[in-house]
Design a protein around this ligand. Sequence first.
Ligand SMILES: Cc1cc2nc3c(=O)[nH]c(=O)nc-3n(C[C@H](O)[C@H](O)[C@H](O)COP(=O)(O)OP(=O)(O)OC[C@H]3O[C@@H](n4cnc5c(N)ncnc54)[C@H](O)[C@@H]3O)c2cc1C
Length: 396
Amino acid sequence: MHRSGIKVLLLEASGTLGGKLRTDRLDGFLLDRGFQFALPGYRAFSREIDLPALQAKPFAPGAIVLSQGRMREFRADDPIGIALSRLMSVGDKVRLKAYDESLAALDFDDLFGSEDCTAETELRRAGFSEGALDRYFRPLYGSVYLDRSLGFSAQLMRFHAKASLGGGAILPSAGMGAIAAQVAEYLPEDAVVTGCRIVEIVREGGLVHGVRASDGTVFQAARVVVATDGASAQTLVGVTAAPTRANTCIYFAADRAPYPDPLVVLNADFEGQVNHLAVTTNVCPSLAPPGKHLIAATVLGNPSEEDGPLARSVLYELGQWFPKADTRTWSPLAVYRLESAQTWHAPGFAAALHPTDLGGGLLAATGAFPSTLEGAVRAGMTAAQAILRTREPVTA
Ligand SMILES: Cc1cc2nc3c(=O)[nH]c(=O)nc-3n(C[C@H](O)[C@H](O)[C@H](O)COP(=O)(O)OP(=O)(O)OC[C@H]3O[C@@H](n4cnc5c(N)ncnc54)[C@H](O)[C@@H]3O)c2cc1C
């Protein structure tokens, strides 16, 4: 919008831009506020974000799965390893290949049109065994949608699985916050106000006139795009906020990585607290000072222990995961507790998505698309395009 000559003002409640995509610097380590990654298979995201400029590096496709106390690699780029793997039965491996092939043949736009059910129902209908659900799909989707129940929408599982076919997950060399920083670079400095919480949309006769900040300041605008978290959007414009899932990310510094590969470790043993772990420096060495490694362990939910005891109990657990690594020498760096890390999309959620343009000059990006990085980009682009299409005065 800015490049098209429209005057834009970005009002952000917190002290920095980026929302869930922020990276903190601590003693030369780059810590994302909660371990996450992007998928190059996200179409709008990959089109709008300059990934080469971010020097984004890929994870290998697949995972290391901790199952019955053993680490088992399961890599899509290693067909012989998959054939020999005892993680899944031969039948489940054949079903997984067939499922992926069926998604490859579909267009992204077809994924949300069909009837919805839980991911678990879909996987059972596809014939996957209990073992495949427990040892692969629960920890995998625990790491993506932060819940191991597989009770979320099958449409969203298809979306993630299809986007993953386009290549392994990626991490920008300077952390996920670099994505938001790149978008912010398009705006001149005076177009951004941080520390500005909006508490009211100002309207008159059904038309938007601007927004009111918590200190009473009114910013006048002919059009307002609400691109907040769900709870704030519910308060501001009345769209229903979907429930969310919490997660807690504990970062450790180590002199040696516990394994060398650019892979996420998934915990398929229903013991302990950690659902997944990544040595992020195996993907991007730039995330730690030279000679150091950065390890991100993710616990689903928000444990009641204080940060110190939590980091210690996680470290004890990781000592059992990696008996050959001297985890006693790992130092806890930070604990991030994210109360609303991911939106919970239950089956049928697509019917509750609303059009971006609510009329009268009000646009709500939040809640208009599935809540993913791809959804955030598509929502922003849709709102911008709607504004660019109708530059004439708005009517109620
Ligand atoms: C740990 C974790 C793992 C994730 N994993 C994945 C993944 O694997 N794949 C994926 O696609 N997505 C993932 N996500 C989700 C993804 O990060 C989000 O969907 C995306 O960043 C949402 O962006 P957003 O801009 O819509 O919202 P947000 O990032 O929530 O930004 C909203 C902004 O609005 C501001 N705000 C709120 N209220 C007000 C107000 N009243 N006035 C002014 N400003 C306000 C907030 O401060 C914030 O900066 C993950 C998220 C987390 C935290």
